[in-house]
Design a protein around this ligand. Structure first.
Ligand code: BYC
Length: 474
């Protein structure tokens, strides 16, 4: 059946005028919908959800609100407005015109990066598919679904690039994006974190705070790309990504706020007493934070990476906010990198700057992560408590790069292996923690009501009241 693309798939890439692309997407779209029904949010496909849909890239159209059923969401394809005469902003090709087509010599590298980016989007939807059953409120349920449909749209954004610029192998990769599944033994998602289950809402908030923020920094790096369609796709995705991190930051803030209320009511900081009253004690919040922060740090790749050096040299992938750096060529500079010396201490290696691009991006990410932690700590201090949440050392519990499998504690000290093994369960969520958090997860679906472990949000969505019926369950 012919699809009216202007009607069904809002876009600014002239889909209607490109028959080849249209045919490719016509074949892929039913597979996407099958995947959405099978592995998207389970059992909520007939619910009416208050969602924002991008119908254009301008201020008026990028956030159009309305109530709809998720399978009817209009997954659009948008590129940010073109910058006239845009030039390559870094690397050996600095100052030359950006590419409107994929240069032959960079084809496989670009395809690999687009596939890696694309793979994370459906992965996150799969990871979160059961969460709807235990939502702490209708407001949160709606936010979960908003995040899910937009991750679906980000998959479309990458599939568009694969179909439009990579011919048959691009189409094959687009199919594979629906064939790999989060946590699947035989066909897992590409990057580690996207195979971790997200079975409770504390993990969901941590994921949207820490892992979506990796998305922010990777998208910023790809937005610098000399391959202009990739750059423009990622720039627009960043607009939507901000809400996902907001869900994480405010979600954790609301958990902390509620815990502080219960601490005040009971006059105690004792985790057992707080748990008895149904709140999430702050040491548990810290353990979840340790888990998701360390897992997300791995997503930046190894500290020293010849891949990253070559992405930078060729103009394929830059640093986030490249314009803020003075030197865009980086042929000369060096980066001082702290590494384990293999004898229980550390040593500082001087690494050619281009090889340290992953670490430079990771450091920018860490600074950004710290902003939320400071905000949560202000809430705690304002309530009169001296406890502080903290990001663990970036060397703690790493699985990729120089610090992989090193016995480092959250404070950054290198321990003896046995001591580290013995202490690890105290630093990340234990089975008992997970069971407790799971026991709190109930389906709260009365408009305006919140689960007892989380405070209400300060305001609703799009100026609507908090008690608006954001999801109508049919
Ligand atoms: N797990 O040279 P290296 C998002 C692989 S999140 C497994 O250090 P490179 C979102 C690496 O692929 C953003 N494998 O790697 C968030 C390489 O394998 P190959 C996603 C890993 O290339 C929430 C090998 O190790 N976007 O959008 O410098 C919800 C050598 O490593 C991992 C992107 O990732 C890992 N953690 O950097 C929804 C952007 N780390 O190629 C969405 C595109 C590394 O030798 N991807 N490896 O077989 C990239 O730019 C790069 O692939 C990476 C790795 C930054 C990930």
């Amino acid at each position: 059946m012919a699809i009216d693309y202007q009607e069904l798939i809002p876009n600014n890439v002239d889909l209607a005028g490109n028959r080849t692309l249209q045919r490719a997407l016509e074949q892929w779209q039913p597979h996407f919908l099958d995947w959405w029904r099978e592995l998207g949010p389970s059992d909520f496909q007939t619910a009416d959800v208050y969602l924002r849909t991008a119908t254009s890239v301008d201020a008026k159209g990028w956030a159009t609100y309305g109530t709809l059923k998720m399978p009817d969401y209009r997954w659009g394809i948008f590129l940010a407005d073109a910058v006239p005469d845009r030039r390559i902003g870094f690397g050996d090709e600095f100052g030359k015109p950006v590419w409107q087509q994929v240069p032959g010599e960079h084809r496989s590298t670009l395809r690999r990066l687009i596939v890696t980016q694309g793979d994370t989007e459906p992965a996150s939807v799969e990871q979160q598919r059961l969460l709807g059953h235990t939502c702490p409120s209708l407001y949160d349920l709606r936010n979960l679904f908003q995040v899910n449909v937009e991750e679906g749209r980000h998959l479309w954004a990458m599939v568009y690039l694969l179909h439009a610029y990579f011919g048959r192998d691009g189409r094959e990769e687009a199919e594979e994006l629906l064939a790999r599944h989060s946590g699947d033994r035989d066909k897992p998602r590409i990057l580690g974190t996207f195979n971790e289950p997200i079975s409770d809402w504390l993990s969901f908030y941590m994921f949207t705070y820490f892992t979506d923020r990796d998305g922010k920094f990777q998208l910023k790096s790809l937005a610098e790309s000399a391959f202009d369609p990739l750059s423009r796709s990622c720039l627009f995705m960043l607009t939507e990504e901000a809400h996902h991190m907001f869900v994480g930051e405010t979600g954790i803030a609301r958990v902390v706020k509620r815990t502080l209320e219960v601490m005040k009511e009971l006059g105690t900081e004792d985790p057992a007493a707080l748990r008895h009253a149904g709140a999430i004690d702050l040491p548990t919040v810290q353990r979840y934070l340790n888990f998701w922060f360390s897992s997300s740090l791995d997503l930046f790749g190894a500290e020293v990476s010849s891949n990253a050096a070559s992405y930078f040299a060729t103009g394929i992938k830059g640093r986030p906010d490249e314009a803020n750096f003075e030197d865009h060529i980086c042929r000369e500079g060096a980066f001082a990198l702290e590494e384990p010396d293999g004898k229980g201490g550390t040593t500082t290696e001087s690494v050619p700057l281009r090889n340290a691009m992953n670490e430079i991006t990771r450091n920018a990410y860490i600074r950004d992560c710290d902003i939320g932690v400071k905000r949560w700590n202000r809430l705690i201090a304002k309530a009169g408590y001296s406890i502080e949440l903290a990001l663990p050392s970036p060397h703690f519990r790493r699985g990729i790069g120089a610090w992989a499998r090193q016995p480092v504690d959250p404070a950054g000290r290198i321990l003896a292996s046995e001591e580290w093994q013995a202490k690890l369960p105290g630093w990340i969520p234990s089975e008992e923690d997970r069971a407790y958090i799971k026991s709190l997860m109930r389906h709260v679906i009365e408009p305006g009501r919140m689960a007892a472990w989380i405070a209400p949000p300060d305001r609703g969505i799009n100026n609507l009241p908090v008690n608006y019926e954001y999801v109508h369950l049919n």
